[in-house]
Design a protein around this ligand. Structure first.
Ligand SMILES: [Zn+2]
Length: 135
């Protein structure tokens, strides 16, 4: 059985010491384990989904929360080891970035998007297997 490893919000603004909504040390303490999980998942034939908060500069969420994770800024970037690991595997088709715009959409609509993406990848894998077997 193929497995998916889903990484949520390991972005600068949620993890770095000076991130806008950082959880600080607890988040920093698990970065190496997450990177190891990414390696193990991909090396065992699974798929990795990096689901991270991403906002437009005028996002209504900023009426409730401090400005954070604005698209194109350092705050929305993956913390360094996670980003480097993504770069290492991005051409394999086994690691994907899925942006989310708020935590409620992640738990309802966005999780559906993640699953749809996983189904898409499975379909593409089956198509590839079918093509490979017919060559
Ligand atoms: Zn947010």
């Amino acid at each position: 059985m193929r497995r998916a490893f889903i990484v949520v919000d390991m972005i600068y603004d949620f993890v770095a010491d000076d991130g806008a909504l950082t959880c600080g040390e607890p988040g920093q303490a698990i970065v190496d384990d997450i990177v190891q999980g990414i390696h193990e998942t991909i090396q065992n034939g699974g798929y990795v989904y990096l689901c991270g908060d991403t906002h437009e500069p005028d996002d209504p969420e900023f009426q409730v929360w401090p400005v954070h994770a604005v698209k194109g800024t350092k705050g929305a970037e993956w913390v360094a080891p996670t980003q480097q690991t993504y770069e290492q595997y991005k051409d394999t088709g086994r690691i994907h970035i899925v942006n989310k715009t708020n935590m409620m959409r992640f738990s309802i609509r966005h999780s559906n998007n993640c699953w749809k993406r996983i189904k898409f990848v499975k379909w593409k894998s089956q198509e590839f297997a079918h093509r490979s077997s017919s060559i």
